[in-house]
Every structure is written in structure tokens, then in C-alpha cells.
Design a protein around this ligand. Structure first.
Ligand code: FAD
Ligand code: FES
Ligand code: FES
Length: 1358
């Protein structure tokens, strides 16, 4: 019996007997086929990097069904007779790219490119869906049937850490039939204003919907028609085709002692229950080939849904507008159920995950299911097949039962029609049916587990006598809040039944509810979860409290045909504008040239380290890390032999060769060890590397390895900055890196009319969340040489670390990096130990070794941004003018020095954006036993900016002044700027911040919106808005950077630079610079030269002194280095060109020139090391932003309604690239301020260690309107062609979102104070970072509903 399937039209046949049924489709694709576009990023269904299109053929209907799936969770055996299409299957460099790839490239929607293939497949699937399901009138073949709304949702479950999503959404929308093409963002197909709409359309790469990819090859259709039936009992993977067959199979299994069985539907459950992946089962029983379990039908009693029906299919069925003649009101209930289900996970999970799988996870494992809660409210029943036989019971009973046995099967779910008056008969005729579902989750559109979910069903009627709305009966279900399973809140149901809804009644119901919805111990944010329950109940019943809730024309007040007004809450559509000045002075520098290799990235052909085919005999490594902050390692062992499967060795410090050192990362001033020596220094420290025959075996063994620790005679670990201070445990900061104070703060304090003393702020960490985790491949070579392929931002440092560790001269080592799937600082120092450990293992075993660190280990080991504690004292006048600021900053640097020494100067550099009058500080780098922190994008600067804003907010609150006025009063004049940034302030005309401050006020319509918000807040009780304008100043530094330009015999040009392409567009800018700088030699079109240039991979032996890629200026530095190289080449070639021109009396073409140069042995390779002098090595970047947010006081959810940015890029080297950097870094900053909780236990072990708990921004959490204005601030003599950096500074602008949220929260608290009879909330408060939903809700009042009702009751009784 064999498995037959197609991948990108190619036939594959595998023998079932030779397959491990736990193999995933992703493992097969990546390790056994050439199709590498499928990327592994999370391995748990949470990111979309591995998305492929699956197509199934129905021979009876002769119909192909296409849908996306996550290949990291799909089991290979389950794709039998299916066809898979990956991004390279849509198009590629050989056969031509698909218009999706081309448009992604042209809209600059791919930066590092690691997410792009998954995005492209998701979009392709949305286009196919639209084709099949759209009710759109026929469009022309070049226009899809997809709507803008569908386009926006097409990639809603896919994560991207680089772009900020705006350009991705634009690329998707460019396919929509109803798009106004003028609304699309900045792209390389046209310039706004230059062409009309028709021309714009014409310039888009043509999409022909009638002539698109064939997703299901004919040969497979033929094979399906002649499908063989196998004996399901014979193999480990069995696919029974009827319930009887399933039953007999299970009975056989039960009869055979000790046989472990796993029922499989979509297998998405292993995304959450990851241990199940490592568990070895004797039998895997596939439920998806049993027609009864897949069937969805509408009966006279309701819907009957087979347990293996996918959630997507259930949604589709529930949404089908059928006539429910006897029960017309049921249509809205089914619609509500469907729209709630659309928020479960993401489309590519719902397409695979079944309703039964979900319910069984809830039943057996207490999974915080949405499905269980909403179906409980809908009074669902289930049919099960267990040892007790066939049973039909209510879902409620199923959930209450002990976990079902592994061989018990859920067969189907029934959602009944609801008979009005089924429990009691009321004399009043006018009864209404209400049904609503709720979900408080970190992402509004899904792919985030709910903090709490709820669904309410109620029968109500108007009571003439009592002049109010009576609840006849109701079902109130709550789940996911830290409960064993979804529950009905029967006390409240009982209490409400028969009552007329009033404020009093609601208040009492809420009291009862609070006693019932109590999260179990250990649940995060328990009070918040209970308050959500209260909020939702209130939202459901409150519209009925008013006595005027009399039904008219079939609708009750607040409800229209069962629809709650608020339930229609939808996010506004995304919109954006970009104001970009293209500067052609240095053409093609300044052009928005498409990112080099963008189409290759989209098709997935771009090669990342893990895409390099494994060399013969390659082994795989996985880290065993410490789980104790300070403990003696006594030994490592495996619990049993099975956990050692495939393991060849466990590498630790004993394997460091003689002459080598235990060194894992060298930096400028320090080094860190590779493996923990005898005693661990922190959790997450590398203890050892398991080396096995596959990555899966290595990961599994590392997971199951047991490290024995002992703490006897050891000093207790230092686990806080306070502890470090007590023990004087600090890292030194070299004096030349330590920032300088300004003026005399004691004088400044004396001048002040008000003082805030010793106020405290704390900031936490942030994880990089690059889509490609840390990875390396080491290949031993002759004579103790080694080649290491590493995804790293500073190969030079890895190079010398590896040489020192192996005890070999540096010329034995070669570190190669082509591209990095996102770095954000996390692959600067933290990539070095990965590469070094790989090299040690390869050296020990004399075989190639590769490591692809799994997401959890990466999140635990890499440390992230520096947390810190800040204590400040500030003096100021009544006008708001600040006269003195004194700071004490304790930075938690962790156990290793990394390059934390730069943090003090970065914090102070960004904080000096305001004129504090006088400034003094004491910044200490605390050495703790917590994971070593590193330089995450805008390291220290981000915190410095926030500290400045926190102080400004505090001053404004103290003086009861408008914060915007306090900000403006304290902005620098050029003179004060020069004083604060001694020598680094540039020329007066370069200080563009004041004009940008005004410019953003105009472009954002700031003043007008401030009054509109005031009005909004005055008229809305449950939603508050806030707006904030902030400035930023960012000090960047340039470093020495090498470059080499070599012209080959055929005229093509190979360029090497020290900088690494991380997605930031470095190669693109370098290519443009080479084309510009070789201009004097050209006689043809500049584009011709541009096409001849290739920037090649970085090779640390070929291009030495590569330095590191970081600090935002590597692109500029690399550009300048190659410009110097080109200048040398021009100098060498110009005489020849002139001679040739004289000879031919006309222009000389490039190839002739080069041929002649080769003939005359002109040196056509030039290298240079650009070393900025003192005056050009440092400069200031400026930006301003206005953000407006709205918070929902019942849930704490914050929606960023609009952000306007003005950013000074100087003369941009490539405005498309810079725009991408500005938007992308702003969104990463938004993640820090609003979403990304990176919490640890008290030992420092990261708790938010997966996509389930770590929530980076998604398309539904970015500003709904996002406008970016790139200022071209003219000439800057000391800059590289007058350009300025864009990689990190804009990240700081995201503080505007936090400040706006604070402004909205102030309004909420003001209202709360008015409702409360006593004022205990105070006007001074700090909004935590990140300002997650629980944090915002807590600030706005966890008991806000009760306060409101108490106030109403008091008012009513007056
Ligand atoms: C990234 C991600 C996000 C998610 N977010 C949400 C969310 O927000 N809300 C939510 O409610 N859910 C969420 N889920 C859960 C998702 O709905 C379930 O994973 C899915 O429905 C399970 O279905 P499956 O067919 O893949 O089950 P499988 O993984 O195949 O099975 C799950 C478990 O149930 C058993 N099983 C399966 N079918 C049956 C049956 N018929 N009888 C007996 N046992 C059976 C299996 O043996 C296994 O133990 C999310 C999942 C992922 C991966
Ligand atoms: S790798 Fe599969 S969803 Fe993330
Ligand atoms: S481009 Fe999306 S993650 Fe890098």
C-alpha cells in the first residue's frame, strides 16, 4: 500500500510500511524535496510561514477543492491522493514568477522574505476562494473576484515581523475587484500623480484568473478514480472508511494489550499539545476518510455535524442562508456561531482543524476552547461511541464527564433549533430570541486564545404591567478563563429567569456571576478575566434595562431582530498614505528600486541557512539549556533509552579541543563562555548540545534530557537589579562610552517651582521574534579548517570566536552568510554561540552539523531587550518648563556582558530629546543571574524615549496641564540642542525637529481632532479616545565598513560588503550606489549597469573587518565603502575610456570598455575600508508622530485608529526601502508598547515562550489609518549623499500609541471618579508596558460596570 500525492504537479509515491506516521508534511517537504519555500518558524500553527495550498478532488462531483493548511502540523500520511502547491509552485525564476510574487516585490512587501512565501500562498488561496464563492458579477479575466474586505483578511493569520503589514495588505488589495487603485500605497509600478487609473492598472503585473495554476494534476485524478482499498489493520497509519470499520479497528486495538492509539483528524491539536508530537503511538487512526464523520446536514431538528468536519466547513454551512421557516430567528444564531468560529485560530488552521478535535481537546485536556462555550450556549448535544456503546448526551454532560478514553470517539454534534417557550409558557405573546457571543482576546480577528469567551441565549418578552423586559429563560455560557471546561452560570440563569431587567437586577446578577466565574489558581490575570465576564453580561443585558425597551416592529430597544448594536462592532478597514520625495540627483540612488531578490523571496527560492541542502552525513544539534539560575551541574542523563533515539553524542565543554577556550561570544570589550562550566550562571544558558541523526530526534532528546543540579555551598543567585546593587554586582562601562551630564542639577532644582522626587518606572523586555530562528551549519574541511554558514549580523565576531574556541588560527575559519530571515539585533551576539557550538560538534565528530533552534528554545535562550528600573526626580516651573532632571537607572544586563556597555549612552541619547534644563544620571549595568540581554532594535534608545515621555506626562498631570503643551515648551532650541548633544547636533539647518513638530500637527489635523475627541469622550460611556503627539531624537553612529567591487570579464559586477542583508534593503542600496558611482564610465542606460550588479554573500575570509550589521547605519557605511571602490575603478578606467572614445569618435559601451581593460590587465577589483572621521561618524535623526486610539472600557481592548508620522530621512538612498523600515520598525515598537508580554518566572525562565503566548502585531492590531510622510531635509554635507538612517529611530515613535492610550485611560478614570461615590482611583497612575488588554482594563477599572450600576441606581432613586 502506498501513499500517492502531488507536489507542484510532481508525482510522489511512498510506501506506507516504510513511513513514520508522525512525519509532518513540512518535514517531508524541507528534508526530502527541493521545495524549500515552506519555512519553519514556529512549528505550532501560529505564524503561517509554512502555509501551503492543499487540493482535494471529488471524482463524483468532478470538483477540486483548494484550501490552505499549515504544513508544520499536517501529517504526511493524511495527504494521500491530495495535491500540494507551494509558493515556488505558483511561479519561479525558471518558469516566470506569478503576478502575486511580482506584486509583492513591486509593493515592497517583502523585507527579510521569510514570511513571504506563506503570505503568497494565503493570497493565492483567497483568490481561488473568491473565484468559487463570490457573488460578484463577472469581472474581466484580468481582475479577480476578491473584494477589498477579503483581500484584507487574506493574510490575517500570517505573521510578518519586518514590514508592518501595510505594503502586504496593499499587494493583496491590488487584486481586489472593488479596489480604488489610487488608494494603493507606494509602489514601483507607478508614481502617484504621474499616471491615470487605467495606466496604473495596466502597469500592474497581469493576473489572469482564467489561466491560473492547475492545482490538481490530471494523473492524480485518474489515480483517484481507480483508488485501491487497503486493509486498515495492517499499517501503523490506518484510514477506515466507515464507522463500523473504525469500531472494529478500535476493538482490535483494545483487545491487544498495550497498543497505544491516536485518533487523528486535522492534527492541529499538536500545535498546542506539543508533547504529543514526541509521543510514539502504535496506531494512528485517521478519521477524515469516514463520510459519516465529515457530513454536515440540516435536519428538521437543527444542524447535525460530523465530528471530523473542519471548522471552515462548519462556518460555511452555518452561513448558508437557508430558509428556517418555523424558526426564522435561528438564522441569526447560526450566523453568530459562524462569525465567532471565524475568530478561532487562523484560516489555515480552521481549514484543517475539526469541530470534534476541538471539543475533544476541551473534554480530555481542558483546552480553553471557543467551540465548547458557544455550543454550550446553543444547547448542543453530541453522539459518542465509547466502551458504554453509542450514546447521545448533551455537550454539557460530555464536558462534565471524566476525560474520555483514547479509543472513545466523538461521532457528531447536533445544534438544535430553539423552540421559543420550550421551558415555560408565558401569557405574553411578544417574545424575542436573543443570541450573542463574546470573546476577549489579544487579537480582535483571532489567532489568539481568549482570556475569556462567552455566549448567551435568552428568551425575553415585554411586560406591560411592569413596563420592562422580562427574561423568560436564558443560557449563559463562559469558558477559557482558567476553568476546567466551559460552564453555564446556572445561578445567574436562575436568578434572571422571570425577572424584569433593571439596573438593580443586573447589579445583583453580576454579584452572583463574580462568585461563579473564578479562574483557577495559577491562571494569569484572574481578576481581569472575571471582569470580562461581567462586562459581557452587562453588554448583553444592559440595553434591556431601560423601561423604554418596548418592542416595536419586531425589535426591542437596543436589539434589532436579535442583533445587539455593539455586536456589529467591526474594525475599520485599513487605509494609508505615503508622502515620499524621490530625489534623482544621484540617480539611480534615491530611486525606489525594488528590493534585490524580492521576487525570489516571494517564490521561496531565496536560500536561507537552513535551506542549504544538508551535506552527506550531516548531523543535527539541539541545545540543552539550564533551568536553574545558579547551580552546580552534576550530570546529564536521559530518562530512558527511547529518548536517546538517533542520538550520537552530547557535546559540552569537555569537547572543546586542547588549545581552545570555552568561549561562545566575543564582543568589543568582553567575551562570554559557550557552555556552562561547572556552575550555571542563568537559566537559558547552554549546558550541552545533543547531536542526533535528525533535527526532530535532536530536539526530542534535548527536551527529554535531565540535568542534575546541586546548589550546596553556592551563594544564592542575583535575581533582581536591587539584589545586584546590594551585592555591588555590575558590569563596567568604559569611560568613553559613558554619557556626559548637562549643567548643574542642584541649581536646576533650586530654580524649580515644583519638584517630583524619586518617582519610579519599570520596563520589561521584548523578544526579537525574527521569523527565522537562530541557525547554523558547520562543515569540517581539510587541515583543521571549517566552513560555517550562519544566520548572523556580525560574522567577523563569530569568526574570531570560533577560531578561539577551536584553538586554531583565524585563517582556518570561514563564516558565510548570504541572507538572514530577520535579525533586529538578536543575531548580533546571540547568533555566535549557535555557530560556535555547531563548529565544536562538527570538529568533535568530524561530520557536518547543523542546528535550527526551535522557537521555544530560541525564546528562552536569546535574552531580548534590557529590562530596567528608573528612579527620577524632576524640577519644573508652573509654566511646565523643566529645569532639572536627575535619574538613577538600574539596567538588568543579565549574566553576560554582551554589548550592554552601549546601553547607558543610548538611553541618555534618546532621552535628551527634550531640554531638561540640567541633567544628571547614574546608570548602572547590573550583573545578575538572569539571561544575558542584548541589543534589540533601538537598544536603550527605546527605553530612553519612553522615560522622557513618562516624565513629561507626570509633570503635565501634576500641573493639570495639557501634555502636548508641556512637550512643546520643553522642545530644544538649536542652542540647547547643541548643549545637550555636544558636537553631535550638526548645523542649525539640520535641526528639523521643530518644523516637523508643526508639520505633523497640520498633516494629522491635530487641533481639530483634539476637539472631536473631547466631544466623543463626552458622549460615549464605554469607549474613550486619546490622541498624542510625540517628537523623537535618535543619535546614530557610523562605523568602519569594508567593500569590494570586482568587474568580471563579461562586464557583470560582483560586490562584497561587510554589511549583512537582513531584509533592511542593504544590498539594494549598495547596488544603486555602485551603479551611480560607476556612472562616469557608462554610456548606456544606468539601469543596464544596475542589472549587471550582484551583491554576493558575505564571507568572513574574503572580506575581513566586516564589523557588525546594526545601529541603522550599515547600509550607509557599506554604500560609502563601495563608492570609494568605484571611485578607484573609475580612476583606473577613465583614461582607457577616453582613449577608446577618441579612437571610435563616439561613446564606448560598457562591455567593450571592460574587454579592453581585461586585455590591458587593468586591475578591475577594488576594495576599501570606509572609516568615518570624527565629524561624520555621529549625527541626529528626528521624527514626529501623532497617534489616536480608542479603548473599550468593558474589555480593555485598544484600537489604534490612526497614526501620522513625519520622519527625516535626509536624501533617502531608496525611499521605498526607507518607508519599509519606518513602517516596520514603528509596528515593532507598537508591539513593545501594547502587546508583547515577555514574562519570566522568578528565576528568569521565559514563560511566554511560543506564538500562543507571545503576541506580535498582526494586520488587525496595526493603525487602521497609517500615514507616513518622509521628509527630504536637503543637503547634509557629512552624510553619505545627504542620506540619513531609517532602521531603528522610527521604532521610538510608537511611544505615541502608548501616550494616546494613557490619554484615553485618563478620560476613563475621570468618568469613573464621577460615577463613584468616593474617589479612590486618583488621577496619577502609570500605564504598564505593554499596555495589554488586562493592563488597560485594570487602569480603567476592573469593577467599572458595578461602579456605573451603583451610580445609576443612586440616580434612579433620586
Ligand atoms: C494556532 C492555533 C490557534 C488556535 N486557536 C484557537 C482558538 O482561539 N479557539 C479555539 O477554540 N481553538 C483554537 N485552536 C484549536 C483548534 O480549533 C483545534 O486545534 C482543532 O479544532 C482540533 O481539530 P483537529 O481536527 O486538528 O484535531 P486533532 O489534532 O486531530 O485532534 C485533537 C485531539 O482530539 C482527538 N480527537 C480528534 N477527533 C476526535 C474524535 N472525533 N473523537 C475522539 N477524539 C478525537 C485526537 O486524538 C487528539 O487528541 C487553535 C489551534 C491552533 C493550532
Ligand atoms: S511554522 Fe507552521 S504555522 Fe508557524
Ligand atoms: S518580511 Fe515578513 S518576516 Fe521578514
Amino acid at each position: 500500500m502506498s501513499l500517492v500525492f502531488a507536489i507542484n504537479g510532481e508525482r510522489f509515491e511512498l510506501y506506507l510500511s516504510s513511513l513514520d506516521p508522525s512525519t509532518t508534511l513540512l518535514e517531508f517537504l524541507r528534508y526530502q524535496t527541493p521545495f524549500k519555500s515552506v519555512k519553519l518558524s514556529c512549528g505550532e500553527g501560529g505564524c503561517g510561514a509554512c502555509v501551503v495550498l492543499m487540493s482535494k478532488y471529488d471524482p463524483v462531483l468532478n470538483r477540486v477543492e483548494d484550501f490552505t493548511i499549515s504544513s508544520c502540523l499536517t501529517l504526511l500520511c493524511s495527504i494521500d491522493r491530495c495535491s500540494i502547491t507551494t509558493s515556488e509552485g505558483l511561479g519561479n525564476s525558471r518558469d516566470g514568477f506569478h503576478p502575486i510574487h511580482q506584486r509583492f516585490a513591486g509593493f515592497h512587501a517583502s523585507q527579510c522574505g521569510f514570511c513571504t512565501p506563506g503570505m503568497c500562498v494565503s493570497l493565492f488561496s483567497a483568490l481561488l476562494d473568491a473565484e468559487k464563492t463570490s457573488s460578484c458579477p463577472e469581472t474581466s479575466p484580468g481582475v479577480s473576484k476578491m473584494t477589498v474586505l477579503e483581500a484584507e483578511k487574506a493574510v490575517s493569520g500570517n505573521l510578518c515581523r519586518c514590514t508592518g503589514y501595510r505594503p502586504i495588505v496593499d499587494a493583496c488589495k491590488s487584486f481586489a475587484s472593488d479596489v480604488d487603485i489610487e488608494d494603493l500605497g507606494f509602489n514601483s509600478f507607478w508614481r502617484k500623480g504621474n499616471v491615470n487609473k487605467e495606466e496604473m492598472l495596466r502597469r500592474l503585473p497581469r493576473y489572469d484568473r482564467n489561466n491560473d495554476i492547475c492545482t490538481f494534476p490530471k494523473f492524480l485524478k485518474d489515480e483517484i478514480k481507480s483508488e485501491m482499498v487497503s486493509d486498515p489493520k495492517k499499517y501503523r497509519w490506518c484510514s477506515p472508511t466507515s464507522v463500523q470499520e473504525l469500531q472494529s479497528l478500535l476493538e482490535t486495538c483494545k483487545a491487544t494489550n498495550g497498543v497505544s492509539v491516536k485518533l487523528v483528524a486535522g492534527n492541529t491539536g499538536t500545535g498546542y499539545y506539543k508533547a504529543e508530537k514526541d509521543q510514539k503511538y502504535d496506531k494512528y487512526i485517521d478519521l477524515t476518510r469516514i463520510p459519516e464523520l465529515k457530513k454536515i446536514q440540516k435536519t428538521d431538528a437543527g444542524f447535525e455535524i460530523g465530528a471530523a468536519a473542519t471548522i471552515s466547513k462548519v462556518i460555511k454551512a452555518l452561513n448558508e442562508r437557508k430558509e428556517f421557516q418555523i424558526y426564522p430567528y435561528m438564522e441569526q444564531m447560526f450566523g453568530k456561531l459562524a462569525s465567532h468560529m471565524e475568530k478561532i485560530a487562523s484560516r489555515f488552521i480552521r481549514n484543517l482543524g475539526s469541530i470534534g478535535g476541538n471539543l475533544m481537546m476541551a473534554q480530555r485536556k481542558q483546552f480553553p476552547s471557543d467551540m465548547a462555550t458557544i455550543l454550550l450556549a446553543a444547547d448542543a448535544t453530541v453522539n459518542i461511541m465509547s466502551s458504554r456503546g453509542l450514546e447521545k448526551i448533551t455537550l454539557e454532560k460530555l464536558l462534565e464527564r471524566d476525560p474520555l478514553e483514547s479509543c472513545d470517539v466523538l461521532l457528531s454534534v447536533e445544534i438544535p433549533f430553539w423552540d421559543l417557550g420550550r421551558y415555560e409558557s408565558f401569557p405574553e405573546a411578544d417574545s424575542e430570541f436573543l443570541f450573542e457571543t463574546y470573546r476577549g482576546a489579544p487579537r480582535p480577528l483571532g489567532n489568539g486564545l481568549a482570556y475569556l469567551n462567552a455566549a448567551f441565549l435568552a428568551e425575553i418578552s415585554y411586560n406591560e404591567t411592569l413596563k420592562g423586559t422580562t427574561v423568560r429563560n436564558c443560557r449563559l455560557a463562559f469558558g477559557a478563563y482558567g476553568t476546567k471546561h466551559a460552564i453555564r452560570c446556572k445561578v445567574v440563569e436562575k436568578f434572571l429567569s422571570g425577572k424584569v431587567i433593571s439596573d438593580d437586577v443586573l447589579y445583583k446578577a453580576i454579584e452572583l456571576l463574580r462568585d461563579t466565574v473564578v479562574p483557577k489558581d495559577g491562571t494569569t490575570s484572574p481578576d481581569y478575566r472575571s471582569s470580562l465576564a461581567v462586562g459581557f453580561l452587562f453588554e448583553f443585558f444592559h440595553p434591556l434595562t431601560q423601561s423604554r425597551a418596548k418592542p416595536s416592529n419586531g425589535s426591542l430597544n437596543g436589539y434589532k431582530n436579535g442583533f445587539h448594536p455593539n455586536s456589529q462592532k467591526t474594525l475599520p478597514m485599513l487605509s494609508s498614505t505615503q508622502h515620499v520625495i524621490v530625489n534623482d540627483e544621484y540617480y539611480p540612488v534615491g530611486e525606489p528600486v525594488i528590493k534585490a531578490g524580492a521576487s525570489l523571496q516571494a517564490s521561496g527560492e531565496a536560500v536561507y541557512v537552513d535551506d542549504i541542502p544538508s551535506p552527506l552525513n550531516c548531523l543535527y544539534g539541539a541545545f540543552i539549556y539550564s533551568t536553574r539560575p545558579k547551580a552546580r551541574i552534576k550530570g546529564i542523563h536521559f530518562e530512558d533509552d527511547s529518548s536517546r533515539d538517533g542520538v550520537l553524542d552530547v557535546i559540552s565543554c569537555k569537547d572543546i579541543p586542547a588549545g581552545g577556550q570555552n568561549i561562545g561570544a566575543k564582543a568589543f570589550f568582553s567575551s562570554e563562555s559557550l557552555f556552562a562550566d561547572e556552575i550555571t550562571q542563568c537559566v537559558g544558558q547552554i549546558v550541552a548540545l545533543v547531536v542526533a541523526n535528525t533535527q526532530r530526534n535532536a530536539d526530542r532528546a534535548a527536551n527529554l534530557a535531565v540535568v542534575e543540579y546541586e546548589t550546596e555551598d553556592l551563594e544564592p543567585p542575583i535575581l533582581s537589579v536591587e539584589d545586584a546593587v546590594e551585592k555591588s554586582s555590575f558590569f563596567p562601562v568604559p569611560p568613553f562610552l559613558y554619557p556626559q551630564p548637562v549643567g548643574d542639577t542642584s541649581k536646576g532644582m533650586a530654580e524649580a517651582e515644583h519638584r517630583i522626587l524619586n518617582s519610579e518606572v519599570r520596563l520589561g523586555s521584548q523578544y526579537f521574534f525574527y521569523m527565522e530562528t537562530q541557525t547554523a551549519l558547520a562543515v569540517p574541511d581539510e587541515d583543521k579548517c571549517m566552513v560555517i554558514y550562519s544566520s548572523i549580523q556580525n560574522p567577523q565576531f563569530a569568526h574570531s570566536t570560533i577560531a578561539a574556541c577551536l584553538g586554531v588560527p583565524e585563517h582556518n575559519i570561514r563564516v558565510i552568510t548570504r541572507r538572514v530571515g530577520g535579525g533586529f539585533g538578536g543575531k548580533t551576539q546571540k547568533a555566535i554561540p549557535v555557530a560556535t557550538a555547531c563548529a565544536v560538534a562538527a570538529n568533535t565528530l568530524q561530520r557536518p552539523v547543523r542546528i535550527y533552534v526551535n522557537r521555544k528554545t530560541d525564546m528562552i535562550m536569546t535574552g531580548g531587550r534590557h529590562p530596567m528600573k528608573i528612579t527620577y526626580s524632576v524640577g519644573f516651573k508652573s509654566s511646565g518648563k523643566i529645569t532639572a532632571l536627575e535619574l538613577e537607572i538600574l539596567v538588568d544586563a543579565g549574566a553576560g556582558p554582551d554589548i550592554s556597555a552601549i546601553i547607558p549612552s543610548n538611553i541618555i541619547g534618546a532621552l535628551k530629546k527634550y531640554n531638561w534644563g540640567t541633567l544628571s544620571f547614574n546608570v548602572k549595568l547590573c550583573r545578575t543571574n538572569l539571561p544575558s540581554r542584548t541589543t534589540m532594535r533601538a537598544p536603550g534608545d527605546l527605553q530612553g524615549t519612553y522615560i522622557a515621555e513618562a516624565i513629561i506626562e507626570h509633570v503635565a498631570s501634576t500641573l493639570s496641564m495639557d501634555t502636548d503643551i508641556v512637550r512643546e515648551i520643553n522642545l530644544h532650541t538649536y542652542e540647547s540642542l547643541a548643549l545637550f548633544y555636544k558636537g553631535g547636533a550638526g548645523e542649525p539647518h539640520e535641526y528639523t525637529l521643530p518644523s516637523m513638530w508643526d508639520r505633523v500637527a497640520v498633516s494629522s489635523d491635530f487641533e481639530k481632532r483634539v476637539s472631536m475627541i473631547e466631544e466623543f469622550n463626552g458622549t460615549n460611556e464605554w469607549r474613550k479616545r486619546g490622541i498624542s503627539r510625540v517628537p523623537i531624537t535618535y543619535q546614530v553612529a557610523l562605523f568602519s565598513t569594508p567593500g569590494r567591487v570586482s568587474i568580471l570579464n563579461d562586464g557583470s559586477i560582483a560586490v562584497e560588503v561587510g554589511g549583512i542583508e537582513l531584509g533592511q534593503g542593504l544590498w539594494t542600496k549598495v547596488k544603486q550606489m555602485v551603479a551611480y558611482a560607476l556612472g562616469p564610465l557608462q554610456s548606456g542606460r544606468t539601469e543596464e549597469i544596475l542589472e549587471k550588479i550582484r551583491v554576493i554573500q558575505s564571507d568572513s575570509l574574503s572580506m575581513i573587518q566586516g564589523n557588525f550589521t546594526g545601529g541603522s547605519t550599515t547600509s550607509e557605511g557599506s554604500c560609502e565603502a563601495v563608492r570609494l571602490c568605484c571611485n578607484s575603478l573609475v580612476e583606473r578606467l577613465k583614461p582607457l575610456k577616453e582613449t577608446l572614445m577618441q579612437r571610435s569618435s563616439g561613446p564606448v559601451n560598457w562591455n567593450t570598455l571592460i574587454t579592453q581593460a581585461y586585455a590591458q590587465s587593468v586591475n578591475l577589483s577594488a576594495s576599501n575600508l570606509y572609516t568615518p572621521d570624527y565629524t561624520s561618524s555621529r549625527y541626529l535623526n528626528y521624527g514626529t508622530a501623532v497617534s489616536e486610539v480608542e479603548i473599550d472600557l468593558l474589555t480593555g481592548q485598544t484600537t489604534v485608529l490612526r497614526t501620522d508620522i513625519v520622519y527625516d530621512c535626509g536624501k533617502s538612498l531608496n525611499p521605498a526601502v526607507d518607508l519599509g523600515q519606518i513602517e516596520g520598525s514603528f509596528i515593532q515598537g507598537l508591539g513593545f508598547f501594547m502587546l508583547e508580554e515577555y514574562t519570566t518566572n522568578s528565576d528568569g525562565l521565559v514563560l511566554n515562550d511560543s506564538t500562543w503566548t507571545y503576541k506580535i502585531p498582526t494586520t488587525d492590531t496595526i493603525p487602521r489609518q497609517f500615514n507616513v510622510d518622509i521628509l527630504n531635509s536637503g543637503n547634509h554635507e557629512k552624510r553619505v549623499l545627504s542620506s540619513k538612517a531609517s532602521g531603528e529611530p522610527p521604532l521610538l515613535l510608537a511611544v505615541s500609541v502608548h501616550c494616546a492610550t494613557l490619554a484615553a485611560a485618563k478620560e476613563a478614570r475621570k468618568q469613573l471618579r464621577a460615577w463613584k461615590s468616593h474617589d479612590d482611583s486618583g488621577s496619577m497612575f502609570q500605564l504598564p508596558i505593554p499596555a495589554t488588554m488586562p493592563a488597560v482594563k485594570e487602569i480603567c477599572g476592573l469593577h467599572i460596570v458595578e461602579s456605573y450600576l451603583e451610580w445609576k441606581i443612586r440616580e434612579n432613586s433620586r
